[in-house]
Write a protein that binds this ligand. Structure first.
Ligand code: AMP
Length: 190
């Protein structure tokens, strides 16, 4: 079983973000789950990948050509896929995974997370999506989603598209319980 992780290419200002990434990495290895991620060597991305590899786990990095340079690419992946575009990367990251998880990150993390949510809303996939709310990092985002729902831009049935937790173990257990069969329709996404 593989899990796709979206997270920062920076480490953030709170050491708890990197600690949480390392805890996730150890949990993945102990559960024998593979990591699918963006293939970077920097920030939280680098921390999680290197911790998984150092613990003997499997890492599949999927990176677009323009980011496949020494400064940012993690060369010790078990498997490295270099693709032509960000779109292709995001598609493959989901295709190769049974569940999706976001850790603290910036614009790139939110882009990936919201594309996964949007595609799920459109029933293009049925992977469970987790949000690890480390030290309340995502509280403002969760408030925004409440606001979007309260003001009529998010349907009630789509309000809870993510499983949110501050506990790594609880969140991975919940994702595992919901890991379903992919419903992906490649042709619709081009
Ligand atoms: P950000 O949250 O803006 O730091 O972007 C991180 C997310 O975007 C990751 O999940 C990656 O898939 C992708 N990404 C952004 N920058 C890089 C980079 N330098 N190397 C690899 N992936 C990156």
């Amino acid at each position: 079983m593989n899990i796709c992780i979206y997270c920062g290419s920076l480490s953030g200002s709170n050491p708890a973000y990197t600690s949480a990434a390392e805890e996730v990495a150890h949990e993945l290895v102990s559960r024998n789950w593979g990591l699918v991620y963006g293939g970077g060597s920097i920030g939280i991305m680098g921390s999680i990948a290197s911790t998984v590899r150092a613990s003997g786990g499997y890492v599949h990095g999927i990176i677009p050509t323009f980011l496949a340079v020494d400064e940012v690419m993690y060369r010790d992946c078990s498997e490295l896929t270099i693709v032509e575009s960000m779109h292709r990367r995001k598609q493959l990251m989901i295709d190769h995974s049974s569940m999706l998880l976001a850790l603290p990150g910036g614009y790139g993390t939110l882009d990936e997370l919201f594309e996964a949510i949007t595609w799920k809303q459109l029933q293009l996939h049925d992977r469970p999506i987790g949000l690890l709310n480390v030290d309340g990092y995502f509280d403002p985002l969760l408030s925004l989603i409440d606001h979007m729902s309260a003001t009529g831009f998010v349907r009630e049935k789509h309000k809870s598209m993510m499983i949110v937790s501050d506990s790594v173990v609880d969140l991975l257990n919940a994702l595992e319980a919901h890991a379903g069969n992919p419903l992906y329709d490649r042709t619709e996404r081009g």
